[in-house]
Design a protein around this ligand. Structure first.
Ligand SMILES: [Zn+2]
Length: 320
């Protein structure tokens, strides 16, 4: 039972929005952003590969939650996939790396060899272990009995080769680093190990979903960009030109494409690239709308949270 399905991460959506709003077309930052988009897409696809393998766990004792970000003072902790059963909890860390991966337990490091180049990464076991400790604290802070917590590091790329550094055997905890296609087999092993019911699935589900906080941070500072580097207005979905509003419809002066909903993507871009809140005035400015009445109609049609009184109404986009 998947109670929190995976959706494209905000960072990925922000990168896509940035690429079609970045001005000019030949902006010097574009190649870097393009490259980051590829990486973020590959990461997301890797996560979906793991979701596919986990989709074979259809028994109702399995509760899946994807992409969780939970508060734990003074910060948050993030879990790529969390499997909760009445008997144990299993956070899964998903890695999308290609090449030959060698783990060195002595130095707590992971090195990747790909097309003749060696790159270092932090030991994913240390990282996964830390998540296990965070999760233990989360159960404790929520006054729940702490269940046994296992962890797995799943490599989503089926073409990788996992190796132990010379002179080291694949002993625990390094047996927790696995190819994603072996995930169900590992879970079956855990099922035989834990048989005592300790988790109230309903209660844990409610608490996890209530406490989940999506990560929103502006993408512009990442690339040292400013609002003035962005193209404003409603873009034509066919040719990217800025559309004009004509009696309730958007018209593209370039290709004459007509649309009643083209502003929706523009508003979404605003939330992704500028900030998750908008006022009537800000919407008019970003969409080049002359009338406050039209802006109000558009805002009314959006699935956003409205706060404040008549003069200072603010609309907030809720990301999941
Ligand atoms: Zn057009």
């Amino acid at each position: 039972m998947n109670v929190k399905k995976r959706t494209p991460p905000i960072k990925l959506l922000q990168t896509e929005a940035l690429l079609h709003r970045l001005n000019p077309l030949e902006h010097p930052k574009r190649p870097l952003i393009d490259q980051d988009l590829k990486k973020r897409k590959a990461g997301y696809n890797g996560e979906k590969t793991v979701d596919y393998h986990l989709s074979f766990l259809t028994d109702k004792k399995y509760m899946m939650l994807n992409d969780l970000r939970l508060p734990l003072a003074p910060d948050y902790f993030q879990i790529d996939s969390l499997l909760v059963t009445p008997y144990y909890a299993l956070p899964i860390e998903i890695k999308n790396i290609a090449g030959i991966l060698t783990i060195d337990p002595e130095f707590n490091q992971l090195s990747k060899l790909s097309t003749g180049t060696e790159t270092g990464y932090p030991d994913p076991i240390t990282q996964a272990n830390r998540q296990k400790l965070f999760l233990q604290r989360w159960f404790y802070n929520n006054k729940l009995p702490c269940p046994p917590i296992e962890f797995l590091v799943a490599f989503s790329n089926p073409a990788i080769i996992l190796k132990m550094a010379h002179g080291h055997k694949r002993i625990p905890p390094y047996d927790k680093m696995i190819h994603a296609q072996n995930i169900v087999r590992e879970i079956s092993k855990m099922n035989t190990k834990y048989t005592r019911e300790v988790i109230d699935l309903k209660k844990v589900k409610r608490l996890l979903l209530n406490q989940h906080q999506p990560a929103y941070s502006s993408i512009l500072p990442t690339y040292r960009l400013k609002e003035s580097d962005l193209i404003k207005g409603v873009q034509c979905q066919k040719c990217s030109q800025i559309m004009i509003r004509k009696i309730g419809t958007w018209l593209c002066p370039g290709c004459y494409h007509l649309s009643k909903t083209a502003h929706l993507q523009a508003v979404e871009d605003y939330f992704l690239l500028i900030k998750p809140t908008i006022t009537n005035r800000e919407l008019r400015k970003f969409l080049h709308l002359p009338s406050a009445k039209t802006a109000a109609e558009i805002l009314k049609s959006l699935n956003v949270k409205k706060t404040g009184s008549t003069r200072g109404v603010v609309y907030t986009k809720i990301f999941h």
